[in-house]
Design a protein around this ligand. Sequence first.
Ligand SMILES: N[C@@H](CCC(=O)N[C@@H](CS)C(=O)NCC(=O)O)C(=O)O
Length: 229
Amino acid sequence: MAATLHLLQTCPFCWKVRAMVEHLGIEAEMVQINPMRTKKDLAFAGDWGKVPVWTDEDGTVVVDSTPIMLHLDRSRNEGRLHDASDERQQEWLAWVDQHFSKATVPLLYGSLGAALKTTLRVSRLERFGFFSRRLYAWAGFPVMWGFIARRRVKRDGRTPKALWHDLLSEFTGAFDGAPFFGGEEPNLVDLAAYGYVRSTADYPQFQHLQDHQAGMTWFGEMRQRLERA
Ligand SMILES: N[C@@H](CCC(=O)N[C@@H](CS)C(=O)NCC(=O)O)C(=O)O
């Protein structure tokens, strides 16, 4: 049996795992689930009910993006991408998960126009059923913009663009002049951060990140390596 990754096409946590799979050149089947049926499609993984879900060739199931990345590094890469005794690495892995994960929603849904575009695009990218696709395209939009993103943008006080620029400056500022967080080569922190940024790259709002020079130099270098792999 082939290794599989159950995912949603637009889920930032799934992009973290995809980055790892690409980086390590693992052959895995990507299974895109129906977002209206997550619990049912993922029943084999117990109560988790979310993506990403990873299944090894021998049937071992691992859930949750960071534990999956650590599992893949340990089981297929002799743990070379992550050093649990390195405090800086632990600290920044937590930082990336905390800050980048919260910044994708404001960017993609933080204004009326952005939310409408994103919702329509998500409805096309995900594997919805015929009716649920249409339902999501219209009902998903007020939920994401009206209830979630607008409140987050207001609470933060910065525009989504300013928020991303600050995050990219802080992150690349931690490289100490090296091309990657990991130094001359990317490590698990780079791959996690890349996953979050990559998850926004297929939307028009990605243009707000594109004039962050250091951030885009890092992102472009990561992208080239991974998409070549
Ligand atoms: N902490 C988890 C978060 C996973 C998560 O929230 N996944 C969302 C998609 S972006 C999901 O599957 N939601 C479906 C649901 O809650 O029904 C991780 O890092 O993997």
